[in-house]
Write a protein that binds this ligand. Structure first.
Ligand code: COA
Length: 464
Protein backbone atom coordinates (compact mmCIF):
# COMPACT_ATOMS: atom_id res chain seq x y z
CA UNK A 1 0.00 0.00 0.00
CA UNK A 2 1.17 3.51 -0.82
CA UNK A 3 1.90 5.67 2.26
CA UNK A 4 3.89 8.83 2.54
CA UNK A 5 4.15 12.56 3.12
CA UNK A 6 1.44 14.43 1.27
CA UNK A 7 2.42 17.94 2.35
CA UNK A 8 4.71 19.72 4.77
CA UNK A 9 4.40 23.09 6.58
CA UNK A 10 6.80 24.98 8.80
CA UNK A 11 6.53 27.49 11.60
CA UNK A 12 9.70 29.37 12.46
CA UNK A 13 9.68 32.21 15.03
CA UNK A 14 10.71 35.55 13.55
CA UNK A 15 13.20 36.58 16.25
CA UNK A 16 16.79 35.56 15.67
CA UNK A 17 20.33 35.94 16.92
CA UNK A 18 23.01 36.63 14.36
CA UNK A 19 26.02 34.32 14.59
CA UNK A 20 28.48 37.20 14.07
CA UNK A 21 27.02 39.24 16.96
CA UNK A 22 27.02 36.10 19.07
CA UNK A 23 30.65 35.28 18.30
CA UNK A 24 31.73 38.84 19.05
CA UNK A 25 29.95 38.81 22.41
CA UNK A 26 31.52 35.49 23.39
CA UNK A 27 35.01 36.45 22.15
CA UNK A 28 34.94 33.76 19.46
CA UNK A 29 36.15 33.80 15.88
CA UNK A 30 32.95 34.24 13.80
CA UNK A 31 34.47 31.87 11.24
CA UNK A 32 34.21 29.04 13.76
CA UNK A 33 30.42 29.40 13.71
CA UNK A 34 29.96 30.20 10.05
CA UNK A 35 32.58 27.97 8.44
CA UNK A 36 33.37 25.54 11.26
CA UNK A 37 29.80 24.65 12.20
CA UNK A 38 27.71 26.21 9.42
CA UNK A 39 25.65 28.55 11.59
CA UNK A 40 24.59 32.02 10.38
CA UNK A 41 21.43 32.72 12.36
CA UNK A 42 19.57 31.06 15.23
CA UNK A 43 15.78 31.45 15.46
CA UNK A 44 14.53 32.33 18.97
CA UNK A 45 11.08 32.15 20.52
CA UNK A 46 9.45 35.32 21.84
CA UNK A 47 8.37 35.50 25.48
CA UNK A 48 4.82 34.43 24.53
CA UNK A 49 5.79 31.40 22.44
CA UNK A 50 6.44 27.81 23.41
CA UNK A 51 6.79 24.47 21.57
CA UNK A 52 3.04 23.80 21.76
CA UNK A 53 2.01 27.03 20.05
CA UNK A 54 4.71 26.60 17.38
CA UNK A 55 3.33 23.09 16.76
CA UNK A 56 -0.25 24.41 16.57
CA UNK A 57 0.82 27.16 14.15
CA UNK A 58 2.45 24.59 11.85
CA UNK A 59 -0.65 22.34 12.05
CA UNK A 60 -3.00 25.22 11.28
CA UNK A 61 -0.91 26.13 8.24
CA UNK A 62 -1.04 22.61 6.83
CA UNK A 63 -4.78 22.34 7.46
CA UNK A 64 -5.63 25.70 5.93
CA UNK A 65 -3.36 25.15 2.94
CA UNK A 66 -5.08 21.84 2.18
CA UNK A 67 -8.55 23.02 3.13
CA UNK A 68 -8.77 20.11 5.58
CA UNK A 69 -11.59 19.80 8.06
CA UNK A 70 -10.86 18.24 11.47
CA UNK A 71 -12.84 15.08 10.68
CA UNK A 72 -10.39 14.30 7.88
CA UNK A 73 -7.56 14.08 10.43
CA UNK A 74 -7.61 10.74 12.26
CA UNK A 75 -4.46 11.19 14.33
CA UNK A 76 -2.34 14.11 15.47
CA UNK A 77 1.03 13.19 16.95
CA UNK A 78 3.47 15.67 18.46
CA UNK A 79 7.11 14.66 18.73
CA UNK A 80 9.22 16.90 20.96
CA UNK A 81 11.94 16.94 23.55
CA UNK A 82 10.72 20.29 24.94
CA UNK A 83 7.85 18.77 26.90
CA UNK A 84 5.69 21.14 28.97
CA UNK A 85 4.28 18.60 31.39
CA UNK A 86 5.32 15.24 32.87
CA UNK A 87 1.88 13.79 32.14
CA UNK A 88 -0.27 15.91 29.83
CA UNK A 89 0.66 15.33 26.22
CA UNK A 90 1.51 18.21 23.91
CA UNK A 91 -0.99 17.13 21.26
CA UNK A 92 -3.79 17.96 23.74
CA UNK A 93 -2.63 21.59 23.92
CA UNK A 94 -2.39 21.68 20.12
CA UNK A 95 -5.90 20.30 19.72
CA UNK A 96 -7.15 22.86 22.24
CA UNK A 97 -5.65 25.63 20.12
CA UNK A 98 -6.93 24.24 16.81
CA UNK A 99 -10.44 23.96 18.29
CA UNK A 100 -10.39 27.73 18.90
CA UNK A 101 -10.40 28.02 15.10
CA UNK A 102 -12.39 24.94 14.07
CA UNK A 103 -14.92 24.84 16.91
CA UNK A 104 -15.39 23.06 20.21
CA UNK A 105 -14.94 19.27 20.05
CA UNK A 106 -14.19 19.43 16.32
CA UNK A 107 -11.18 17.12 16.91
CA UNK A 108 -13.13 14.98 19.41
CA UNK A 109 -12.08 11.69 17.77
CA UNK A 110 -8.56 12.62 16.71
CA UNK A 111 -6.24 10.20 18.47
CA UNK A 112 -2.64 10.87 19.27
CA UNK A 113 0.12 11.15 21.81
CA UNK A 114 3.29 13.09 22.51
CA UNK A 115 6.38 11.12 21.52
CA UNK A 116 9.79 11.41 23.16
CA UNK A 117 13.24 10.13 22.19
CA UNK A 118 15.40 13.23 21.85
CA UNK A 119 15.69 14.25 18.18
CA UNK A 120 14.63 10.90 16.66
CA UNK A 121 11.05 10.70 18.00
CA UNK A 122 9.51 12.47 15.00
CA UNK A 123 10.77 9.66 12.78
CA UNK A 124 9.22 7.02 15.06
CA UNK A 125 5.97 9.04 14.98
CA UNK A 126 6.02 9.12 11.18
CA UNK A 127 6.72 5.39 11.01
CA UNK A 128 3.97 4.50 13.50
CA UNK A 129 1.42 6.66 11.72
CA UNK A 130 2.40 5.20 8.35
CA UNK A 131 1.79 1.75 9.80
CA UNK A 132 -1.60 2.86 11.14
CA UNK A 133 -2.46 3.69 7.53
CA UNK A 134 -0.87 0.48 6.16
CA UNK A 135 -2.92 -1.54 8.65
CA UNK A 136 -6.11 -0.16 7.08
CA UNK A 137 -7.16 1.60 10.29
CA UNK A 138 -7.19 5.10 8.82
CA UNK A 139 -10.28 4.66 6.63
CA UNK A 140 -9.09 7.32 4.19
CA UNK A 141 -8.20 9.83 6.90
CA UNK A 142 -4.83 11.51 7.21
CA UNK A 143 -2.47 11.76 10.15
CA UNK A 144 -0.62 14.91 11.08
CA UNK A 145 2.81 14.40 12.59
CA UNK A 146 4.24 17.61 13.99
CA UNK A 147 7.77 17.97 15.30
CA UNK A 148 8.40 21.03 17.46
CA UNK A 149 11.28 22.08 19.67
CA UNK A 150 13.26 24.83 21.29
CA UNK A 151 16.94 23.92 21.31
CA UNK A 152 18.24 25.67 24.40
CA UNK A 153 21.65 25.24 26.04
CA UNK A 154 23.35 26.92 29.00
CA UNK A 155 24.75 30.41 28.48
CA UNK A 156 28.47 30.21 27.82
CA UNK A 157 28.40 26.47 27.02
CA UNK A 158 29.70 24.98 23.77
CA UNK A 159 26.11 24.03 22.92
CA UNK A 160 24.94 27.66 23.13
CA UNK A 161 25.84 28.35 19.51
CA UNK A 162 23.79 25.37 18.34
CA UNK A 163 20.40 26.73 19.45
CA UNK A 164 17.25 27.41 17.43
CA UNK A 165 13.48 26.94 17.47
CA UNK A 166 10.68 25.89 15.16
CA UNK A 167 8.10 23.32 14.14
CA UNK A 168 7.40 21.22 11.05
CA UNK A 169 4.00 19.61 10.39
CA UNK A 170 3.66 16.71 7.97
CA UNK A 171 0.46 15.39 6.49
CA UNK A 172 0.67 11.61 6.12
CA UNK A 173 -1.80 9.56 4.08
CA UNK A 174 -2.34 6.85 1.45
CA UNK A 175 -2.32 9.31 -1.49
CA UNK A 176 0.86 11.32 -0.92
CA UNK A 177 1.66 14.01 -3.47
CA UNK A 178 5.18 14.56 -2.18
CA UNK A 179 7.01 11.42 -1.10
CA UNK A 180 6.09 7.75 -0.84
CA UNK A 181 7.91 5.76 1.85
CA UNK A 182 9.80 2.68 0.72
CA UNK A 183 8.15 -0.31 2.41
CA UNK A 184 9.87 -2.76 4.77
CA UNK A 185 13.28 -1.09 4.85
CA UNK A 186 12.99 1.19 7.89
CA UNK A 187 15.89 0.28 10.16
CA UNK A 188 16.73 1.29 13.72
CA UNK A 189 19.58 1.05 16.19
CA UNK A 190 19.41 1.68 19.93
CA UNK A 191 21.75 1.75 22.94
CA UNK A 192 21.40 3.09 26.47
CA UNK A 193 23.72 6.13 26.48
CA UNK A 194 24.25 9.49 28.23
CA UNK A 195 25.57 11.64 25.39
CA UNK A 196 22.86 14.29 25.88
CA UNK A 197 19.96 14.25 28.32
CA UNK A 198 17.77 16.61 30.32
CA UNK A 199 16.85 15.43 33.83
CA UNK A 200 13.38 16.30 35.19
CA UNK A 201 13.04 19.95 36.12
CA UNK A 202 16.13 21.09 34.24
CA UNK A 203 15.51 23.52 31.38
CA UNK A 204 18.79 22.88 29.55
CA UNK A 205 20.46 19.56 28.75
CA UNK A 206 23.62 17.97 30.07
CA UNK A 207 25.74 17.46 26.97
CA UNK A 208 28.92 15.60 26.14
CA UNK A 209 29.35 17.25 22.77
CA UNK A 210 32.18 15.36 21.11
CA UNK A 211 30.87 12.07 22.52
CA UNK A 212 27.43 12.82 21.02
CA UNK A 213 28.98 13.67 17.64
CA UNK A 214 30.71 10.29 17.47
CA UNK A 215 27.78 8.34 18.88
CA UNK A 216 25.50 9.92 16.26
CA UNK A 217 27.83 8.65 13.51
CA UNK A 218 28.09 5.14 14.95
CA UNK A 219 24.37 4.74 15.54
CA UNK A 220 23.37 6.04 12.11
CA UNK A 221 25.93 3.77 10.46
CA UNK A 222 24.56 0.80 12.41
CA UNK A 223 21.02 1.60 11.27
CA UNK A 224 22.24 2.12 7.71
CA UNK A 225 23.77 -1.37 7.69
CA UNK A 226 20.40 -2.86 8.62
CA UNK A 227 18.66 -0.66 6.05
CA UNK A 228 21.08 -2.01 3.45
CA UNK A 229 20.36 -5.61 4.42
CA UNK A 230 16.62 -4.97 4.17
CA UNK A 231 16.83 -3.02 0.90
CA UNK A 232 18.88 -5.79 -0.71
CA UNK A 233 16.89 -8.73 0.64
CA UNK A 234 13.54 -7.12 -0.27
CA UNK A 235 14.83 -6.40 -3.78
CA UNK A 236 14.19 -2.66 -3.42
CA UNK A 237 17.77 -2.00 -4.43
CA UNK A 238 19.99 -4.30 -6.52
CA UNK A 239 23.70 -3.63 -6.32
CA UNK A 240 26.10 -4.31 -9.18
CA UNK A 241 29.78 -4.98 -8.62
CA UNK A 242 31.61 -1.96 -7.24
CA UNK A 243 28.46 -0.17 -6.11
CA UNK A 244 27.24 0.93 -2.69
CA UNK A 245 23.74 1.43 -1.37
CA UNK A 246 24.48 5.17 -1.17
CA UNK A 247 24.76 5.28 -4.98
CA UNK A 248 21.03 4.57 -4.98
CA UNK A 249 20.16 7.36 -2.53
CA UNK A 250 19.79 10.44 -4.73
CA UNK A 251 19.38 12.86 -1.82
CA UNK A 252 20.53 12.41 1.73
CA UNK A 253 18.78 14.11 4.65
CA UNK A 254 20.56 13.88 7.97
CA UNK A 255 19.69 15.04 11.47
CA UNK A 256 21.21 18.52 11.69
CA UNK A 257 22.02 19.83 15.19
CA UNK A 258 24.13 22.30 13.17
CA UNK A 259 24.42 22.23 9.42
CA UNK A 260 28.03 20.96 9.17
CA UNK A 261 27.02 17.83 11.09
CA UNK A 262 25.35 16.74 7.85
CA UNK A 263 28.66 16.99 6.03
CA UNK A 264 30.48 15.14 8.83
CA UNK A 265 27.88 12.36 8.71
CA UNK A 266 28.04 12.07 4.95
CA UNK A 267 31.85 11.86 5.02
CA UNK A 268 31.67 9.16 7.68
CA UNK A 269 29.08 7.07 5.86
CA UNK A 270 30.83 7.40 2.49
CA UNK A 271 34.14 6.34 4.03
CA UNK A 272 32.47 3.33 5.54
CA UNK A 273 30.82 2.35 2.28
CA UNK A 274 33.57 3.24 -0.19
CA UNK A 275 36.54 1.70 1.59
CA UNK A 276 35.57 -1.78 0.33
CA UNK A 277 35.12 -0.63 -3.27
CA UNK A 278 37.61 -0.25 -6.14
CA UNK A 279 36.95 3.53 -6.26
CA UNK A 280 38.56 3.93 -2.82
CA UNK A 281 42.07 3.30 -4.20
CA UNK A 282 41.85 6.41 -6.33
CA UNK A 283 40.44 8.46 -3.46
CA UNK A 284 43.26 7.33 -1.12
CA UNK A 285 45.82 8.31 -3.76
CA UNK A 286 44.31 11.78 -3.91
CA UNK A 287 44.21 12.10 -0.12
CA UNK A 288 47.85 11.07 0.04
CA UNK A 289 47.66 9.19 3.33
CA UNK A 290 46.29 5.86 4.53
CA UNK A 291 43.06 5.84 6.48
CA UNK A 292 44.02 5.91 10.18
CA UNK A 293 42.78 3.27 12.64
CA UNK A 294 42.45 3.73 16.41
CA UNK A 295 44.95 1.97 18.70
CA UNK A 296 42.07 -0.15 19.95
CA UNK A 297 39.68 -0.54 17.00
CA UNK A 298 37.18 -2.41 19.19
CA UNK A 299 37.45 0.09 22.05
CA UNK A 300 34.79 2.28 23.61
CA UNK A 301 33.79 5.73 22.37
CA UNK A 302 35.76 7.17 25.31
CA UNK A 303 38.88 5.22 24.33
CA UNK A 304 38.61 6.38 20.71
CA UNK A 305 38.14 10.03 21.80
CA UNK A 306 41.08 9.71 24.20
CA UNK A 307 43.34 8.33 21.44
CA UNK A 308 44.59 11.79 20.51
CA UNK A 309 47.05 10.57 17.87
CA UNK A 310 44.23 8.77 16.04
CA UNK A 311 41.80 11.68 16.49
CA UNK A 312 44.28 14.17 15.00
CA UNK A 313 45.10 11.92 12.06
CA UNK A 314 41.48 11.03 11.48
CA UNK A 315 40.55 14.70 11.49
CA UNK A 316 43.28 15.39 8.92
CA UNK A 317 42.12 12.45 6.81
CA UNK A 318 38.47 13.57 6.89
CA UNK A 319 39.42 17.13 5.92
CA UNK A 320 41.41 15.85 2.95
CA UNK A 321 38.68 13.42 1.97
CA UNK A 322 36.05 16.18 1.95
CA UNK A 323 38.23 18.14 -0.47
CA UNK A 324 38.38 15.33 -3.07
CA UNK A 325 36.39 15.68 -6.25
CA UNK A 326 34.61 12.39 -5.46
CA UNK A 327 33.33 13.65 -2.12
CA UNK A 328 32.49 17.10 -3.48
CA UNK A 329 30.43 15.60 -6.28
CA UNK A 330 28.40 13.50 -3.82
CA UNK A 331 28.09 16.42 -1.39
CA UNK A 332 26.89 18.93 -4.01
CA UNK A 333 24.43 16.57 -5.64
CA UNK A 334 23.03 14.72 -2.59
CA UNK A 335 23.37 16.90 0.51
CA UNK A 336 24.21 20.60 0.09
CA UNK A 337 20.63 21.85 -0.46
CA UNK A 338 19.40 20.21 2.76
CA UNK A 339 21.81 22.32 4.82
CA UNK A 340 20.68 25.79 3.69
CA UNK A 341 17.67 26.16 6.02
CA UNK A 342 19.66 24.93 9.01
CA UNK A 343 22.28 27.64 8.43
CA UNK A 344 19.50 30.27 8.53
CA UNK A 345 17.51 28.88 11.45
CA UNK A 346 19.72 26.71 13.67
CA UNK A 347 18.96 23.59 15.62
CA UNK A 348 15.35 22.41 15.83
CA UNK A 349 16.05 19.07 17.57
CA UNK A 350 13.18 16.77 16.36
CA UNK A 351 12.35 19.13 13.50
CA UNK A 352 15.91 19.53 12.13
CA UNK A 353 15.80 16.48 9.88
CA UNK A 354 12.47 17.52 8.39
CA UNK A 355 13.48 21.15 7.94
CA UNK A 356 16.44 19.69 6.02
CA UNK A 357 14.07 17.64 3.85
CA UNK A 358 12.04 20.78 3.15
CA UNK A 359 15.23 22.67 2.40
CA UNK A 360 16.27 20.07 -0.21
CA UNK A 361 12.86 20.27 -1.90
CA UNK A 362 12.83 24.06 -2.09
CA UNK A 363 16.42 24.68 -3.10
CA UNK A 364 16.71 21.78 -5.56
CA UNK A 365 13.48 22.95 -7.18
CA UNK A 366 14.92 26.46 -7.45
CA UNK A 367 17.98 24.99 -9.18
CA UNK A 368 15.68 23.35 -11.71
CA UNK A 369 16.48 19.77 -10.62
CA UNK A 370 13.88 17.22 -11.69
CA UNK A 371 13.07 15.39 -8.45
CA UNK A 372 10.47 12.99 -9.82
CA UNK A 373 11.17 9.36 -8.81
CA UNK A 374 14.31 10.42 -6.94
CA UNK A 375 15.05 8.46 -3.77
CA UNK A 376 15.51 10.43 -0.54
CA UNK A 377 17.37 8.71 2.30
CA UNK A 378 16.79 9.88 5.89
CA UNK A 379 19.33 9.49 8.71
CA UNK A 380 17.57 10.33 11.95
CA UNK A 381 19.39 10.43 15.29
CA UNK A 382 18.25 10.98 18.86
CA UNK A 383 20.61 11.12 21.83
CA UNK A 384 20.19 8.64 24.56
CA UNK A 385 20.41 6.99 21.92
CA UNK A 386 18.67 5.70 18.81
CA UNK A 387 18.96 6.12 15.07
CA UNK A 388 16.48 5.42 12.30
CA UNK A 389 17.29 5.11 8.61
CA UNK A 390 14.52 5.00 6.02
CA UNK A 391 13.83 6.18 2.51
CA UNK A 392 11.15 7.30 0.13
CA UNK A 393 10.63 8.24 -3.49
CA UNK A 394 9.38 11.59 -4.81
CA UNK A 395 5.97 11.42 -6.49
CA UNK A 396 5.26 12.89 -9.95
CA UNK A 397 2.83 15.34 -8.26
CA UNK A 398 5.51 16.91 -6.07
CA UNK A 399 5.65 20.17 -8.03
CA UNK A 400 2.13 21.07 -6.85
CA UNK A 401 3.56 21.32 -3.34
CA UNK A 402 7.11 22.43 -3.89
CA UNK A 403 6.58 25.31 -6.31
CA UNK A 404 5.01 27.46 -3.54
CA UNK A 405 7.81 26.88 -1.03
CA UNK A 406 9.67 29.98 0.01
CA UNK A 407 11.47 29.81 3.30
CA UNK A 408 12.09 33.54 3.64
CA UNK A 409 8.55 34.64 2.93
CA UNK A 410 7.11 31.84 5.07
CA UNK A 411 9.14 32.95 8.08
CA UNK A 412 8.12 36.58 7.48
CA UNK A 413 10.04 39.71 8.49
CA UNK A 414 12.76 38.52 10.79
CA UNK A 415 13.82 40.70 13.71
CA UNK A 416 17.37 40.58 15.00
CA UNK A 417 17.83 40.49 18.77
CA UNK A 418 20.71 42.28 20.45
CA UNK A 419 22.78 40.00 22.66
CA UNK A 420 21.30 41.73 25.73
CA UNK A 421 17.75 41.05 24.51
CA UNK A 422 18.64 37.44 23.68
CA UNK A 423 20.09 36.87 27.15
CA UNK A 424 16.99 38.39 28.79
CA UNK A 425 14.81 35.86 26.94
CA UNK A 426 17.23 33.01 27.56
CA UNK A 427 17.39 33.65 31.30
CA UNK A 428 13.59 34.10 31.51
CA UNK A 429 14.01 37.68 32.76
CA UNK A 430 11.15 39.05 30.66
CA UNK A 431 7.56 38.33 31.58
CA UNK A 432 5.19 36.47 29.30
CA UNK A 433 3.50 39.71 28.21
CA UNK A 434 6.76 41.55 27.54
CA UNK A 435 6.92 40.13 24.04
CA UNK A 436 9.02 41.78 21.34
CA UNK A 437 6.70 41.15 18.39
CA UNK A 438 3.02 41.70 17.69
CA UNK A 439 1.60 38.44 16.43
CA UNK A 440 -0.94 38.12 13.66
CA UNK A 441 -2.80 35.03 12.47
CA UNK A 442 -1.10 32.78 14.97
CA UNK A 443 -1.44 31.18 18.39
CA UNK A 444 0.41 32.66 21.33
CA UNK A 445 0.69 31.78 25.00
CA UNK A 446 -1.15 34.27 27.23
CA UNK A 447 -1.09 32.73 30.69
CA UNK A 448 0.53 30.05 32.82
CA UNK A 449 -1.29 29.63 36.11
CA UNK A 450 0.62 29.37 39.36
CA UNK A 451 -2.02 28.76 42.01
CA UNK A 452 -1.61 25.40 43.84
CA UNK A 453 -4.81 23.89 42.39
CA UNK A 454 -4.05 24.85 38.77
CA UNK A 455 -0.28 25.22 38.67
CA UNK A 456 1.12 24.90 35.15
CA UNK A 457 -2.21 25.31 33.33
CA UNK A 458 -1.50 27.10 30.08
CA UNK A 459 -3.85 29.31 28.10
CA UNK A 460 -3.37 30.22 24.46
CA UNK A 461 -5.22 32.55 22.10
CA UNK A 462 -5.39 32.87 18.33
CA UNK A 463 -4.57 36.42 17.26
CA UNK A 464 -6.51 36.86 14.04
N1 COA B 1 37.49 28.95 11.90
C1 COA B 1 36.88 27.96 11.20
N2 COA B 1 36.54 26.77 11.76
C2 COA B 1 36.82 26.59 13.07
C3 COA B 1 37.45 27.58 13.84
C4 COA B 1 37.81 28.81 13.20
N3 COA B 1 38.39 29.80 13.86
N4 COA B 1 37.62 27.11 15.10
C5 COA B 1 37.08 25.86 15.12
N5 COA B 1 36.60 25.56 13.89
C6 COA B 1 35.89 24.32 13.49
C7 COA B 1 36.55 23.07 14.02
O1 COA B 1 37.64 22.66 13.19
C8 COA B 1 35.38 22.11 13.99
O2 COA B 1 35.12 21.63 12.67
P1 COA B 1 35.56 20.14 12.20
O3 COA B 1 35.08 19.20 13.23
O4 COA B 1 34.88 19.99 10.89
O5 COA B 1 37.03 20.23 12.11
C9 COA B 1 34.19 22.99 14.33
O6 COA B 1 34.62 24.33 14.09
C10 COA B 1 33.72 22.83 15.76
O7 COA B 1 34.78 23.12 16.61
P2 COA B 1 35.08 22.21 17.90
O8 COA B 1 36.10 22.94 18.69
O9 COA B 1 35.34 20.81 17.47
O10 COA B 1 33.70 22.14 18.62
P3 COA B 1 33.13 22.71 19.99
O11 COA B 1 33.95 22.29 21.14
O12 COA B 1 32.86 24.15 19.84
O13 COA B 1 31.76 21.90 20.06
C11 COA B 1 29.73 20.83 19.44
C12 COA B 1 30.92 21.66 18.97
C13 COA B 1 28.81 20.56 18.29
C14 COA B 1 30.23 19.50 20.02
C15 COA B 1 29.01 21.64 20.54
O14 COA B 1 28.50 22.81 19.96
C16 COA B 1 27.90 20.89 21.23
O15 COA B 1 28.12 20.23 22.22
N6 COA B 1 26.65 21.01 20.72
C17 COA B 1 25.49 20.36 21.28
C18 COA B 1 25.42 18.85 21.06
C19 COA B 1 25.35 18.45 19.63
O16 COA B 1 24.95 19.22 18.79
N7 COA B 1 25.73 17.22 19.35
C20 COA B 1 25.69 16.70 17.98
C21 COA B 1 25.12 15.33 17.85
S1 COA B 1 23.40 15.26 18.22
Amino acid sequence: MTVGIDDIAIYIPRLFVDARDFAKARGMDPDKLQRGLGISQMAMVDTNQDPACMAANACLKIMQKNDLSPNEVGRLYVATESSLDESKAMNSYVIGMLEQVYGDDSFGHCGGIECKFACVSGSYALYDNSNWIRAGEAEGKSAIVVVSDIAKYDLGSSGEYTQGAGAVAMLVNDRPRLLEFDPKVTATSIKNEYDFYRPFGKETPIVHGQYSNLLYLLQVKKALMLYKEKALSSGLIKLKAGETILDYIDFLNMHLPYSNMGKKAMAYLLRHEWRKLPRWKKVIEKIGMEEPVPKDPRGTIESVLADSEFMTKDHEFTKKFTKTEEFQEAYDSKLASSLIASQMIGNLYTASLYLGFRSTLEFEFQKGTDLEEKRFGFGSYGSGSSAMVFSGVIKPTYKEIVRDMNLESEIGNRVKLSLEEYEEIHENKRGLKENFLKSKKEFVLVDVKNTPESSGERRYVYNS
